[in-house]
Design a binder for this molecule. Structure first.
Ligand SMILES: [Zn+2]
Length: 258
């Protein structure tokens, strides 16, 4: 492996839609379609290619080098299909959407207790459309579970179980990428991802990926993208140490001010 001087950004999106009313909880995680378009357009104009985690893997492993970045969507909202897919297709970018197989076709029920708007999640037909369009599916546990502190049986059901459920549902092999809900994980959760057969797992630790021998593919940091991230701001995050400096202050899911 050779050193890759250029850090790799893996963008973390949630919803792509018009902003909910002011004061809505987690409003900051809803990126407007137009903003998303400009994020992708400016990266494309700079000669960068947006890639799913599978497509990005050889770059993360130092096997390939080039102007690339990762694109991820957490939770599997229908608005990703409606508003992000046409933009991804236009620029021929791929991406990974981490979905919750226990809640397909339902809503973000895990957020209900926090008074967060309920928004539709993709169903299995939507996931097929997403895959057919060249995009990727990863797992985000069976039920959007907080994995920290779970026992081995619960961890296995959520982590390995969700991989098996998605592969059965989509009649495919190779759901190889995982994302820890709420960014919550401990050593046992990481071990469950490893034993469960995942090649990578993403966190909400902020920062760009520094390719090296010691890179832990099951604890990948990401670049937080929120409603207020303009394309200028995105460039700062991807091409300066802006985001890396925030590694010590990971994104807190419940925080509403992002
Ligand atoms: Zn999530």
């Amino acid at each position: 492996m050779t050193a890759n001087a250029r850090p790799i950004s893996i963008l973390m999106y949630h919803q792509i839609d018009a902003a909910p009313p002011k004061g809505s909880a987690l409003r900051g995680l809803v990126v407007a379609p137009r903003t998303f378009y400009w994020h992708m357009a400016v990266m494309w104009l700079l000669g960068y290619r947006g890639l799913s985690i599978s497509d990005l893997e050889p770059y993360l492993l130092g096997q390939k080098h080039g102007k690339v970045f990762g694109i991820t969507f957490d939770d599997g909202y229908v608005n990703n299909l409606k508003n992000a897919l046409p933009v991804l297709t236009r620029f021929r970018f791929t991406s990974t959407c981490y979905v919750v197989p226990g809640l397909l076709g339902k809503t973000n029920a895990w957020d209900a207790e926090h008074g967060i708007d309920q928004v539709p999640l993709m169903n299995s037909a939507d996931l097929q459309t997403w895959l057919t369009a060249g995009q990727e599916i990863g797992s985000h546990t069976m039920t959007h579970a907080r994995l920290q502190g779970m026992d081995d049986a619960q961890l296995s059901a959520e982590v390995a179980g969700s991989k098996a459920a998605l592969e059965a549902l989509l009649m495919m092999r190779g759901v190889r990428h995982f994302c820890y809900p709420y960014g919550a994980y401990d050593a046992a959760a990481v071990q469950a991802a490893r034993v469960g057969g995942y090649a990578t797992a993403t966190t909400t630790v902020r920062g760009r990926v520094l390719v090296s021998e010691s890179l832990d593919m099951l604890r990948l940091p990401r670049v937080l993208v929120s409603r207020t991230t303009t394309w200028v701001h995105l460039l700062l995050k991807c091409f300066t140490r802006y985001e890396d400096k925030r590694a010590a202050a990971p994104f807190v899911y419940e925080q509403t001010s992002v």
